[in-house]
Write a new protein. Structure first.
Length: 260
């Protein structure tokens, strides 16, 4: 393996539990604003996460909504309006402190900055959503933390397609084996692996028991070394996952799988 030079961060579910606590809530506020009886509870939203992208989820859900527009063009127009409103509600939730970074994320980011490990964001969520979250959590200089920001608007095909990762590698001028992608979902892991990037998988609320293949290490989150497979060199130690642990897993160069 080449040395680890950069971390590639997914956003939804990886940086923060944005799906459950942010996007789902914002969608429901939007439905109410538009006078729609639609509501996505946690179970239904979890089902919809198999579809990548907010507008795409809306289009998919309309197939089972008898009060959805009949014509495809009208459905697409409504999905665009709903998604625009959802993003505004999401930004409001974030600015009010309704969503925080997952435990262990910020210390690891700070350690990367201190040791010269480059970072980029690789997501297929909207740029406005990413900017709102990072501005609220990292402050006005958040752009300085990341070398590249690849979002949904920057690609034609969203995850699990590898396009977002390929774009980030191009912008950073890095070989994929010099990176480590941090993901929380099977689709995200598949996107990174298709771009030949090693994957560290941190389980999130919606994918806590999902079958995952192709990760170099799988664990419950960056807040603890307990429960990771394979175990870190610091197995038995307390505290969060550190840069030394990432380098250990990256050096191993072994792929592990986890099934429910």
């Amino acid at each position: 393996m080449r040395p680890l030079r950069a971390l590639l961060w997914d956003v939804d579910g990886t940086l923060a539990e944005t799906e459950r606590d942010g996007h789902r809530v914002a969608f429901n506020k939007t439905f109410e604003l538009f006078g729609l009886s639609w509501r996505w509870d946690e179970t239904r939203y979890g089902e919809l996460l198999t579809v990548t992208g907010g507008r795409e989820r809306l289009m998919h859900d309309m197939h089972v909504r008898p009060d959805a527009p009949c014509l495809m063009g009208e459905r697409e127009a409504l999905a665009r309006e709903l998604h625009r409103s959802k993003n505004a509600f999401y930004a409001e939730l974030v600015s009010q402190g309704g969503i925080s970074l997952r435990a262990g994320v910020l210390p690891l980011m700070q350690e990367c900055r201190e040791h010269g490990v480059r970072m980029s964001v690789v997501t297929t969520t909207s740029r406005s959503n990413v900017e709102a979250l990072l501005q609220a959590q990292l402050g006005p200089g958040w752009q300085d933390w990341f070398e590249a920001l690849v979002c949904g608007e920057d690609v034609d095909r969203k995850k699990p397609a590898p396009e977002a990762y390929l774009r980030a590698l191009e912008l950073m001028e890095l070989h994929p084996l010099e990176t480590l992608a941090l993901e929380d979902s099977p689709g995200g892991a598949a996107a990174a692996r298709a771009a030949h990037c090693p994957v560290l998988l941190t389980r999130s609320a919606y994918f806590a028991n999902a079958a995952v293949d192709g990760a170099m290490a799988i664990g419950p989150g960056l807040h603890t070394l307990s429960g990771w497979h394979p175990a870190s060199e610091a197995a038995g130690a307390h505290g969060p996952v550190r840069l030394s642990d990432l380098r250990h897993w990256h050096r191993l160069g072994e792929v592990v799988s986890a099934f429910p």
